[in-house]
Design a protein around this ligand. Structure first.
Ligand SMILES: *Cc1c(COP(=O)(O)O)cnc(C)c1O
Length: 425
């Protein structure tokens, strides 16, 4: 019997198998038919410490027995209060205000609304948003608007709002990026939104902390709000708690989600400075921040996040990350000797490279970005090849990346790279 489920980013017409996962532990998924699959992409970048971390699972169970869900407009609860205080203590000042939502996309929508709200409440409306080429910020209409245009959102293009795009700072072209940002900042935009150090869905494109610092300085100089979308890069992914840390910068608005609960439950936060929060504070109800979703700050999700933060406080998470980074680099050095491997690169726990001669574009219409190769024939072939070898990998077009949970051991890491090498061979 076929399933009634309509899966995300899945072409059901191709009839590809959709494995049924029954349980997971650490870096492994177990299918209902008894296979052990290595989760080489942290279940789409969310699982940080590993699946089923005992402290997070215990916190969820404990909270579920106490308080499941309440309205968060005008009401509060202990897990959210604890989490907000702990986040403010952990994140750099002056990010002192925490707005909850449920996903990376909604944390970005909230960030955009905060930025526009700030200008409306202060010096006067500003609506233009600046973005970086090849960016990804989510799949809701606003998040798509500030992300790269391509085959993913072609059907909705007329609904997406206009943005100012600065080029990706490809090696040797960094100055063009800074010049474009400087130029576009002169037209008094509301904000610049960027993924710090790594553009994830755009193809694991890496740029330097120095450049991030310069972009932040330009925005400050021109009084343009700087929004850091750390939905993928935070929680140690890039080697530090936040990617922004490596550039020594603090954004005006910070989006966090994926690893916030260690990857166990959906939760997101948008952190803002007092300047932005205060602009919305008044005795006039018409000036409040008009945003909510039904499950804002769900207590069980907050309890999972509190357990994640406790793990960060009590366990040597950064040491594990550094160790995984070293082990990833060793594998990457080996595989980059292969003639089909191009642009091998790594930041923290993320290792990526391109497969040259990736085959013909299999889709129709104009594809402009990763874009260029997202529908390449290689990705589904490599994905199926790895699936047969008990490895969950999901290349972005010709870009292959390995981004495992921090707990992965040498044997599993070896299996991942061995499968890729076999494919290349
Ligand atoms: C995944 C991602 C998002 C969207 O998060 P969802 O939880 O999938 O809505 C936004 N920004 C970045 C940088 C991401 O990697």
């Amino acid at each position: 019997m076929t399933s009634p489920i309509w899966h995300p980013f899945t072409q059901h017409g191709l009839g590809e198998p959709i494995p049924l996962v029954s349980h997971a532990e650490g870096a492994a998924l177990y299918t209902a038919d008894g296979r052990r699959i290595i989760d080489a992409i942290s279940s789409w970048w969310v699982t940080t410490h590993g699946h089923g971390h005992p402290r997070i699972m215990a916190a969820i169970a404990e909270q579920a027995g106490r308080l499941d869900q309440i309205i968060f407009a005008g009401w509060t609860h202990e897990p959210a209060e604890t989490l907000a205080r702990a986040l403010v203590a952990m994140m750099p000042p002056p990010l002192a205000h925490v707005f909850f939502s449920d996903s990376g996309s909604t944390s970005v929508e909230v960030a955009l609304k905060m930025a526009l709200g700030f200008w409306t409440q202060t010096t006067g409306p500003r609506h233009r948003i600046l973005v970086m080429e090849h960016s990804y910020h989510g799949d809701t209409i606003g998040a798509m608007s500030v992300g790269a245009r391509g085959v993913f959102n072609q059907a909705y293009a007329p609904l997406l709002f206009d943005v100012g795009t600065i080029p990706f700072p490809a090696p040797g072209h960094e100055q063009a990026t800074l010049d474009a940002l400087e130029q576009q900042c002169r037209a008094t935009p509301a904000a610049f939104i960027v993924e710090p150090l790594v553009l994830g869905a755009g193809g694991m494109l890496i740029y330097s902390p120095a450049l991030l610092a310069e972009m932040r300085a330009i925005c400050r100089r021109h009084d343009v709000l700087f929004v850091a979308d750390e939905v993928m890069t935070a929680w140690g992914r890039t080697g530090t708690l936040l990617a922004c840390e490596q550039a020594g910068i603090v954004p005006d608005i910070l989006c966090l989600s994926k690893g916030l609960t260690g990857g166990a439950l959906p939760l997101a936060v948008t952190l803002a400075t007092p300047t932005i929060f205060d602009a919305h504070v008044s005795t006039d109800r018409a000036r409040m921040f008009f945003h909510s979703s039904s499950y804002t700050a769900n207590p069980i999700a907050c309890a999972a996040a509190n357990a994640n933060l406790a793990i960060w406080r009590d366990e040597p998470v950064l040491d594990r990350i550094a160790d995984l980074g070293r082990r990833q680099q060793e594998r990457l050095d080996r595989i980059s000797a292969h003639p089909a491997v191009r642009d091998a690169r790594r930041l923290g726990t993320i290792a990526a490279f391109e497969i040259a001669g990736g085959g013909e574009i299999a889709g129709e219409g104009e594809i402009e970005w990763v874009g260029d190769t997202y529908l390449s024939a290689i990705a589904p072939r490599l994905m199926a090849f790895c699936r047969d070898r008990a490895v969950l990998l999901r290349p972005l077009g010709n870009t292959v990346y390995v981004m495992p949970p921090y707990c992965i051991d040498d044997a599993d890491l070896h299996t991942i790279y061995h499968a890729i090498e076999e494919f290349l061979g």
